[in-house]
Design a protein around this ligand. Structure first.
Ligand code: NAD
Length: 484
């Protein structure tokens, strides 16, 4: 029901460019269409956002009032969780229960950042200047103000539409910014309902402006726009580099959450059964379309065969299918483009001489389904080892000691996340120091908490989301001196 309503609304939304089809990755059929907003819709949205900021309708509100509105957004997301999950599930093909679970996290993000609205304070200093003319000001007071970037552009990908939207909107709105949001072209549906929820919760008009369109049209116009003060981007490292170049015109601030090629280290002294299950789910869940998916697994040699067999066993036991099918664990890849990309890496790996232990093929049915794939005999020079595939493909390698596995794990341009499974506490914490990643998980995997900063080392990003850092990224600091 809600899907049809949003499909109708999407068609009616004003746009100025091409008509963009929305494809169901399970049936490969078009389920909706909308018109690209392009540069014109971005211009209009930026003007509305600036006007709202200058009028002080949101940033001028008492922080406690902003907090109440954001708390209501969280409540409304929870109340509409089934509808939002239906939209994301129809758009991405992910199982409905998994989509529903994400809604609780999105609601919690709004409540978490609602709490920050009243705690955005700077620092204070007593200052005594000495010598010469400065003596006139011997008794001074200094303090800092935390002020929102007026107009921020928020761009996010399709792999968890509601969650990716909430990760940006919750802190940006808590900070007091006016926002222009560019939703992903593959998954435009849930954003329409989310922006209705913002209205209903009391976010004033002009503060959160949704534009739908392609990256190379609307997204590019937003990043280049001279009226935008900051871009917060989540997506691929390749596009992240384009964002940095496009932002140079007015030196807008940029924060980036980019790709990963996260290593998982499994030692012989680990709880092997748990490690096998979590490492397998850590790559195959959501068909490998998660930024922190552990796509390289290194296993101590004495347990290597057992772990390879175990992970292949989990891969073979997973039921793939669409949200309307029974007993499904994993959905499809998002698009034909992604399917071709993933299969391209697998075919290249085969030519390079990897052994495909299981998978390595698309399912013989409709939909962009790839059998969860385990490959061995991998070499660090191979693209399958180095490049982010963003699909259900894991490369496995044996190792003998700490130095060897650290060198292997850190042999990557990426540095988003890393995991180690070992019962040796001393080793675990030493690994945490030596692994070049913004997040390290020890004897656990795919974990997250909104109070813990998340960001990439190396080419996995600039800056952080979540936690205090997640709101600081939307604030600028002003120093004030006063004679007393
Ligand atoms: P993508 O970079 O192709 O697109 C992401 C967003 O950017 C989309 O909304 C797209 O329309 C827009 N875009 C594309 N070209 C643009 C341009 N020139 N200017 C402005 N905007 C543009 O990424 P994707 O394939 O949609 O998503 C998958 C990627 O996202 C993976 O690399 C994954 O690792 C990454 N990701 C990272 C995180 C994180 O927190 N680090 C989280 C989720 C996904």
């Amino acid at each position: 029901m809600v899907v049809q309503t949003i499909v109708d609304e999407l068609r009616k939304r004003p746009g100025y460019g091409d008509v963009i089809p929305v494809i169901d990755p399970v049936s490969e059929e078009q389920i909706a269409e909308f018109t690209d907003g392009g540069a014109k819709a971005i211009d209009e949205a930026v003007a509305r956002a600036r006007e709202a900021f200058d009028a002080g309708v949101w940033q001028g509100k008492a922080p406690g009032e902003r907090a109440k509105v954001l708390w209501r957004v969280g409540d409304l997301i929870e109340a509409r969780a089934a509808d939002l999950a239906a939209l994301d599930s129809a758009n991405t093909g992910m199982p409905l229960d998994q989509a529903e679970a994400i809604m609780g996290t999105a609601a919690e993000l709004f409540r978490y950042y609602a709490g920050w609205c009243t705690k955005l304070n700077g620092i204070a200093h007593d200052i005594q200047m000495t010598g010469g003319i400065a003596q006139m000001f011997s008794n001074m007071h200094g303090y800092t103000l935390k002020e929102p970037y007026p107009v921020v552009g928020l761009i996010y990908p399709w792999n968890g539409p509601v969650f990716n939207w909430a990760v940006k909107l919750a802190p940006a709105l808590a900070a007091g910014c006016s926002c222009v949001v560019k939703a992903p072209e593959e998954t435009p549906m849930s954003a329409v309902l989310l922006h209705k929820i913002l209205d209903e919760a009391g976010v004033p008009e002009g503060v959160a402006n949704l534009v739908q369109g392609y990256g190379h049209t609307a997204g590019k116009a937003l990043t280049e726009h001279p009226g935008v003060d900051k871009i917060a981007f989540t997506g691929s490292t390749e596009v992240g580099k384009q964002i940095v170049a496009a932002a140079a015109g007015n030196l807008k601030r940029v924060s980036l959450e980019l790709g990963g090629k996260s290593p998982v280290l499994i030692y012989e002294d680990a709880d092997i059964d748990t490690a096998v299950l979590m490492a397998a789910m850590g790559i195959f869940i959501h068909s490998g379309q998660g930024c922190i998916c552990g796509s390289r697994i290194f296993v101590q040699r004495s347990v290597y065969d057992r772990v390879v067999e175990g992970i292949a066993g989990v891969a073979n036991g997973l039921q793939l299918g669409g949200p309307k099918e029974e007993g499904v664990h994993v959905g499809p890849l998002i698009s034909e483009k992604q399917l071709k990309r993933v299969m391209g890496f697998v075919e290249e790996g085969k030519k390079d001489g990897v052994e495909v232990v299981t998978g390595g093929h698309r399912l013989d049915r409709r939909g962009y389904f790839v059998h969860p794939t385990v490959v061995t005999d991998v070499d660090p020079a191979m693209s399958l080892y180095q490049r982010e595939i963003f699909g259900p493909v894991v490369a496995m390698m044996p190792f003998d000691d700490d130095d060897e596995v650290i060198a292997l794990a850190n042999n990557s341009d990426y540095g988003l996340a890393a995991t180690a499974w070992t019962s040796n506490v001393e080793r675990a914490h030493n690994l945490a120091k030596r692994l070049q990643a913004g997040t390290v998980t020890l004897n656990c995997q795919m974990v997250f908490d909104q109070s813990m900063p998340f960001g990439g080392y190396k080419q996995s990003g600039w800056g952080h989301e979540f936690g205090r850092e997640g709101i600081e990224t939307y604030l600028q600091t002003k120093s004030v001196y006063t004679k007393i």
